[in-house]
Ligand binder design. Structure first.
Ligand SMILES: Nc1nc2c(c(=O)[nH]1)N[C@H]1C(S)=C(S)[C@@H](COP(=O)(O)O)O[C@H]1N2
Ligand SMILES: [Mo]
Length: 323
């Protein structure tokens, strides 16, 4: 018998999909898809997701103290997107990112202050890191909307361990792809391309920090950041950089794209904080995409509900300041 103790940050449905995780462990992206199609992982995963979508689980722990949550319908999470490389409309990326943009094969480069720099094919990297797991996380955009998404992928800490940072490495700088011929948004000066994000090394090795290569038990769609994107659920969504081609370990804090665009509005840390408003709107509540028990509005939680897990990372930091 296999008894699994639920982590205190886990939404209950993620504990029910162990079998799916075990079945898909070690499988690359293509093989993962095939396994799902053959019903191996799919058989275990589908009922769990269906139950989660229909059901109303009770609050699992103190990390989710109150309110309503259910998994966002897949068709909404994969068609209401922010991915400015493919346009600024929420419904632009689902169309424009699927008009011939190639996300396989894909190479990711590890560079900077590390013992093991190099370039990895994404499928080889997934296999090397021990395959695919699942995390059901809340997702809170700085624009005050939210979702709950079942991601598939691996802990960022595993990739950091593979890179083997030197003592001089204090931050990670993530760089997204740059291909104006495939990405119409990159032919416009919407942002300073390529999109860049960053984390402190101790944030990157926190157990909640995740690299998604899939969602809803399938390979991640192009519009959600194929073939791999960052997921840091206690931070505003813009920290979750999509379609990463390079991770550089640095001694100095990198400048992320949105901080560079509008430093008075967006900082480096960008931790979800309902008590600190955006200069142009309140962050106290959020619109639940797909609706909910409270006609789609719910209070935003400190650190997006992950305060118990991550608050210690920010001891001594003034959480009201926009760093
Ligand atoms: N490369 C890249 N990554 C990005 C963005 C982007 O425009 N380009 N938008 C960010 C924002 S603002 C959010 S809210 C999330 C949206 O992810 P989703 O479309 O999967 O919900 O992606 C983030 N990652
Ligand atoms: Mo966002």
């Amino acid at each position: 018998m296999h008894i699994r103790i639920r982590k205190d940050w886990e939404l209950p449905e993620s504990a029910a999909t162990d079998e799916a995780v075990a079945c898909s462990a070690g499988l690359g992206r293509r093989r993962f898809l095939r396994a799902l199609g053959a019903g191996l992982a799919g058989a275990a995963l589908a009922p769990a997701l269906r139950a989660a979508t229909g059901g109303f689980p009770s609050a699992p722990d103190a990390a989710y103290p109150a309110g309503d949550f259910k998994i966002t319908p897949e068709n909404l999470a994969t068609s209401y997107n922010n991915f400015y490389e493919f346009g600024t409309g929420k419904d632009d990326p689902v169309v424009a990112a699927n008009r011939g943009w190639k996300t396989e094969p894909w190479t990711i480069e590890l560079a900077g202050e590390i013992e093991h720099p190099g370039r990895w094919d994404v499928n080889d990297l997934i296999a090397k890191l021990g395959g695919i797991g699942q995390r059901v996380y809340r997702h809170r955009c700085v624009e005050a909307w939210s979702m709950v998404i079942p991601w598939n992928g691996f802990p960022l800490a595993k990739l950091v361990a593979l890179a083997a940072p030197r003592a001089s490495a204090k931050f990670l700088k993530f760089v997204a792809f740059n291909d104006p011929s495939s990405a119409p948004g990159q032919r416009e000066p919407i942002l300073d391309w390529p999109y860049v994000e960053g984390l402190r090394l101790d944030e990157a090795t926190h157990e909640l920090a995740f690299i998604a290569t899939g969602m809803y038990g399938k390979p991640i769609p192009n519009q959600n950041g194929a073939p791999l994107r960052l997921v840091v659920p206690w931070k505003y969504g813009f920290k979750g950089i999509k379609s990463i081609v390079r991770i550089e370990f640095t001694a100095r804090q990198p400048r992320n794209t949105w901080q560079q665009m509008a430093p008075q509005e967006y900082g480096f840390y960008a931790n979800v904080n309902p008590t600190v408003d955006h200069p142009r709107w309140s962050q106290a509540s959020e619109r639940v995409i797909g609706g909910g028990f409270f006609s789609g509005k719910q209070p935003t939680l400190m650190f997006n509900g992950y305060e118990k897990q991550v608050a210690a990372l920010y001891a001594g930091l003034d959480l009201r300041r926009n760093y």
